[in-house]
Write a protein that binds this ligand. Structure first.
Ligand SMILES: *Cc1c(COP(=O)(O)O)cnc(C)c1O
Length: 467
């Protein structure tokens, strides 16, 4: 009987010849289609192998089902892995979700400049080899007041390059309150070791005064380093040394001062409703010699580590061999130039850089969007099982920046009479365009602040598909 059942199994070629399957070969690949036909047939073979007599008695498989299964599996295998998702978490610079979305014009520039040859490292006037930094160096100097600038792969690389260039086999002084770990196991003491710098810790976890730095300076000192404690805050009995004091101390004792700002704001966004944060220009004006920051945190651009400061230090960094391994890529550079150009006009920044726009959006505007989304969901979904409410909540800056900074927002809280919050969240993540929310008090929370244009339609469709 088992033999008879096995004899019913289709041949690979037979299935391959079906119209619906031939069409798949054209849009995917012959190898994947054949693989999936084999897998599907093997699955039936295993069922037969393990079947008891009752099942074998009148065994037959459904060809239609088999073909549908093959089509489904081929499509799953052929879909893109890295893809668009909807960020309804309310974390604006969500590192796991790619930090800053880019303005369309930056992507248009990539298409224009990277689908042809470009003057990436070519000096058009002189007809000789040029520098990839030349395209944004003047712009960065204009925007920050620095003498010189360069860009590497990310800020972690920038920190490493600065330390390796200035402090290899020499002492670098850091406050004990700033020996932080920044996401992904990037720990200041370890980075220093790796870059060959000898760490000299000063002060205490909660208090480090200017005199602590001064007392630690020796003939071996190459650098005073200040690290922005982006992702945690010490509150209570605290004191730290200001950028201005460190700038003065460095200038007086002729020791270079380096500040790893982390997020790095180029303009003061407090006029646009965001909190006041010191800008890169403030640090340059305070006499800091070298400053590094990320391109995709508060700046709202691409992943990059931007270094600005005194020319004599930046020139040395450009010549460091390490730089070759961490250099910025062409596509990033093209997009970064476009994003930096927005900063010549702060109004443009707030209106056109998606993540900055989100951070500055007024709470009343978020509320309006939230009400619209709720109406859209109610129009599309006739399910009475949902209980959806508009509630006040808080968004986060994210990207390890400003953990204490809660931004007032409006969210939709979603309850279902049968499904748990986890089950709804799972279904939203399985939607055509995955929707990532968060769960609070057994409710799914969708924060409207981080939604982009068109996301409302996807969310309402996805909810309408949940029974
Ligand atoms: C985020 C951060 C970094 C790392 O920057 P990446 O661009 O993510 O590599 C380094 N230092 C500080 C202070 C940061 O906040």
């Amino acid at each position: 009987m088992r033999k008879k059942a096995f004899a019913q199994l289709p041949k690979v070629d037979e299935i391959l010849a079906k119209e619906k399957i031939i069409y798949l070969i054209d849009i995917t690949s012959r190898k994947i289609v054949i693989d999936e036909i084999r897998n599907a047939i093997d699955e039936i073979r295993n069922i037969i192998k393990n079947a008891d007599h009752d099942l074998l008695d009148n065994f037959c498989y459904c060809e239609e089902e088999l073909i549908e299964k093959i089509i489904k599996n081929v499509k799953i295998r052929y879909q893109y892995n890295l893809k668009k998702v909807i960020n309804a978490t309310g974390v604006v610079l969500h590192t796991n979700l790619g930090r800053s979305p880019l303005p369309k014009s930056a992507l248009d520039r990539i298409v224009e400049v990277a689908s042809t040859y470009s003057n990436l490292e070519y000096d058009i006037d002189l007809g000789i080899r040029g520098s990839r930094y030349s395209h944004i160096e003047d712009l960065l100097c204009e925007l920050t007041g620095a003498e010189s600038a360069m860009v590497v792969n990310n800020n972690a690389a920038a920190v490493t390059l600065v330390l390796s260039t200035i402090s290899e086999n020499k002492e670098a002084i850091v406050s004990r309150g700033e020996l932080v770990e920044i996401g992904g196991a990037f720990r200041i003491p370890e980075v220093m070791k790796w870059a060959g710098a000898k760490l000299v810790e000063v002060g205490t976890t909660n208090k480090t005064r200017c005199v602590d730095y001064e007392n630690a300076i020796s003939s071996e000192t190459s650098l005073i380093m200040k690290v922005h404690t982006s992702n945690y805050k010490i509150v209570g009995f605290t004191e730290n040394t200001s950028v201005k004091e460190l700038g003065e101390l460095g200038n007086r004792l002729k020791i270079p001062v380096y500040e790893d700002i982390g997020s790095g704001a180029l303009i003061d966004l407090s006029e646009y409703g965001f909190v006041k944060v010191p800008t890169v220009r403030d640090s340059i004006n305070a006499g800091i010699d070298i400053i590094s920051f990320s391109g995709d945190k508060l700046l709202g651009g691409t992943q990059a580590g931007i270094i600005v400061g005194k020319k004599k230090f930046i020139d040395k960094m450009k010549k460091n061999h390490l730089n070759r391994a961490i250099r910025i890529d062409k596509l990033t550079l093209i997009a970064l130039e476009e994003v930096l150009r927005f900063y010549r006009n702060p109004d443009m920044v707030v209106n056109s850089l998606p993540s900055v726009k989100m951070l500055c959006e007024t709470v009343s505007s978020v509320k309006e969007r939230c009400e619209k989304l709720k109406l859209l969901i109610e129009k599309k979904s006739n399910s009475t099982r949902f209980d959806i409410n508009i509630v006040e909540n808080f968004s986060q800056v994210g990207g390890g920046a400003m953990p204490m900074q809660n931004i007032p927002t409006y969210v939709l809280s979603i309850l279902h009479d049968r499904l748990s919050a986890n089950e709804i969240a799972d279904k939203l993540r399985q939607a055509e365009i995955p929707i990532i929310g968060r769960i609070e008090d057994d409710m799914v929370i969708l924060d409207v602040r981080t939604l982009l244009e068109g996301d409302d339609i996807e969310i309402s469709n996805a909810l309408a598909n949940i029974e």
